[in-house]
Design a protein around this ligand. Sequence first.
Ligand code: ADP
Length: 167
Amino acid sequence: MRIGLYPGTFDPITLGHIDIIRRACLLVDRLVIGVAINRDKGPLFSLEERVAMVEAESITLARETDTEIVVHPFDNLLIDCARDVNAQVIVRGLRAIADFEYEYQMVGMNRVLDASVETVFLMADAHYQAIASKLVKEIARLGGNVSNFVTVPVNEALLEKYGSREK
Ligand code: ADP
C-alpha cells in the first residue's frame, strides 16, 4: 500500500493546497495530510480549526479521487511523522523559485535523517499557483474578496475571524 504524507500549516487550506491534494491522490492509496502545529508561524487559526477545515474538504476530495484521506496533526520532526504514519513518500507543492531553496535544503537534510523516505514535488494548476495562505489572510484582513482563492466554508471562517467589512 502506497502511503503519502502531505505536510503543511494549512492556515487556512486554500485552493492551491486542494489542487495539490487532488494530484497527490492520483499517486498514492492513502494520503495523510499532516497539519503542523507550527507555533513559530503564529497561525491565525488554532490547530483544531485548521484540522476541522482540512477534514471538511477531505470528505469531498476522498470521494472525488476514490482515495483514502486521513488528517493527522503533528508537532514532531517531519521525518518522524512520516515514520509514524508509515509514509514512503512526502508530498510538497512547489510554487515559485522562492519555495525552491527552502525545499531543497529540507529534502537534503531529511534524506540524511532517513534515506528511505522520498520527497516528491507537485505543481498546482496555473490558476492556483500564486495562492499563498499568508496573502489570503492579508487580503481578508484588509476586507478584500478571497473567494477565488479558498472554498466557501474557509471564506466564511475568514470573515468570522476578521469580521465582515462590507459597507
Ligand atoms: P508550510 O508551513 O509547510 O509551508 P503551507 O500550508 O504554507 O505549509 O504549505 C504546505 C505545502 O503546500 C507546501 O509544500 C507549499 O509549498 C504547498 N503549497 C501551498 N500553496 C500552494 C500553491 N498555491 N501551489 C502549490 N503548492 C502550494
